[in-house]
Design a protein around this ligand. Structure first.
Ligand code: NDP
Length: 448
């Protein structure tokens, strides 16, 4: 170990890199982490965390409307985007500081430079300085993918959405995945005219079909427009700054802002992977084994740059497992089955385990239980928005293999329900649990 400057050199201080570095240091390793931007990575700086704050901010639009039906006399309200934006960015600064502190408290050296792997154990910093390490960990995450059509540079991505100077009056969002649906809800609640376009004819591929249909229907009711089978042809800028988007199968659309939410690409450019023999797949994701080891024995990679499951909690687990395996003398792998996930749309969606279609495909005989109900709060609020819960069970054993929900607080409820699914509990176990009344979650133990 003494032959190297560090035991571990991590490239990228996002969720996975920070956890790996901190735990490796706690195991006694001498660790440095290079981060060219800010400590915290996509999730903390320009992803999950600020996005969730905007979701909260956006929801007040409906809450204030609903409050009138609960007897509140609401004077005319005005939304101040700049205030929300700056409060959110202020909290991002705070979190950036906390993450930095965590690393420093564990004795991890933070190097604010871009790093390139230039030899089997050698890293060259943008300043030209060279460092050596026994192990190298690549945790550089992913970046937004932007389709290459003429005028694509006129659009923004979620990275810029957090810094806008004003809410566009008309916005076109490209893509129909997580980011597109979450930001469609946010911008719509803030008063923008939102049009979401996708190259295929469905949104949120991977989620249960009934929930996707319900979200589409509710989103349309809220005023969001959808255009499917629409591929970008070109974007043009008018003299007044507005943009005209040309696409297949639909008329051109004039908007004030175009936002791309068309997936994310692994950040591998300029890392020097080819020179040291680290293999990538056809999408550019770094190939790793079950211990996150790349094709080079002492170089590891984790998180979005490996494109296994692009979720923060997964990257954090991979970081922990890597550190425990390599520096904690405890070989640890990750169980990728039954990972719960959520889309913070309006209303949110959450799911764990197999969708109905997947279960039919894999298990054959299944039983499906649903509850399609109007949450009590929506009834009083005259909000004609129904929640939908679905439980998918293996027919022979009654084992719950999937739960899928759309409705208020679905992600909050799902976290607890996912424990039961992961533990392999049956429908009978759910039924044996007494309901908490009146709640929405009680539907899960009352399904018929
Ligand atoms: P998604 O993979 O969720 O969705 C991508 C969308 O873009 C799909 O509708 C896809 O269409 C479309 N698309 C993909 N490639 C192209 C292309 N070349 N041209 C046109 N359209 C294209 O990606 P997001 O960008 O929304 O999010 C990236 C990842 O970040 C997610 O996969 C998720 O793991 C993570 N994330 C998680 C969140 C959460 O947990 N709540 C929130 C935000 C992000 P099609 O359906 O035809 O493939």
């Amino acid at each position: 170990m003494a032959d190297y400057d560090y035991d571990l050199f991590t490239i990228g201080a996002g969720s996975g890199g920070v956890r790996a570095s901190r735990v490796a240091a706690a195991h006694g390793a001498k660790v440095a982490v290079a981060e060219e931007y800010r400590v915290g990575g996509t999730c903390v700086i320009r992803g999950c965390v600020p996005k969730k704050m905007l979701v909260y901010g956006a929801h007040f639009a409906e809450d204030l409307e609903d409050a009138k039906h609960f007897g509140w006399d609401i004077p005319e309200c005005r939304f101040d985007w700049i205030k929300l934006r700056d409060n959110v960015l202020g909290d991002v600064d705070r979190l950036n500081g906390l993450y930095t502190q965590t690393l420093e408290n564990h004795g991890v050296e933070i190097i604010h430079e871009r790093a390139t792997i230039t030899g089997p154990h050698e890293i060259t910093l943008s300043s030209g300085e060279k460092k050596t390490a026994r192990y190298i960990l690549i945790a550089t995450g992913a970046r937004p993918h932007v389709p290459s059509c003429p005028g694509h540079e006129l659009g923004i991505t979620s990275n810029e959405a957090f810094h806008l100077d004003s809410i566009p009056k008309r916005i076109l969002i490209a893509g129909a995945g997580y980011i597109a649906n979450e930001f469609a809800g946010i911008f719509n609640e803030f008063g923008a005219k939102v049009t979401l376009i996708n190259r295929s004819d469905q949104l949120l591929r991977g989620y249960d079909e009934s929930l996707r249909d319900r979200l589409l229907q509710i989103s349309i009711t809220k005023g969001i427009d959808f255009r499917f089978n629409a591929e970008f042809r070109r974007i043009e800028k008018n003299a007044d700054g507005s943009l005209v988007v040309h696409m297949t199968n639909h008329e051109p659309l004039e908007v004030d802002c175009v936002m791309f939410a068309t997936g994310r690409l692994p950040n591998i450019d300029g890392l020097g992977l080819e020179d040291v023999g680290v293999e990538t797949d056809h999408k550019g994701a770094i190939k790793v084994d079950e211990y996150s080891k790349t094709s080079v024995d002492h170089i590891y990679a984790l998180g979005d740059v490996t494109d296994r499951v692009q979720l923060t909690p997964v990257a954090i687990r991979e970081g922990q497992a890597f550190a425990d395996t390599v520096f904690g003398d405890t070989p640890t792998t990750i169980d990728y089955s039954c990972i719960p996930s959520a889309v913070f749309s309006h209303p949110p969606i959450a799911g764990v385990g197999m969708t109905e279609a997947q279960a039919r495909d894999r298990l054959g005989a299944i039983k499906v239980y649903t509850s399609d109900f109007r949450p009590m709060k929506n009834v009083v609020a005259h909000r004609n928005e129904r929640a939908l819960y679905k439980m998918v069970c293996e027919a022979s054993t009654g084992r719950v293999v999937g739960i899928h929900m759309i409705g208020p607080d679905a992600p909050e409820i799902m976290q607890a329900a996912a424990v039961a699914v992961k533990a392999g509990l049956t429908k009978a176990d759910f039924d044996a649990t007494v309901a908490i009344h009146p709640t929405m979650a009680e539907e899960l133990v009352l399904l018929k």
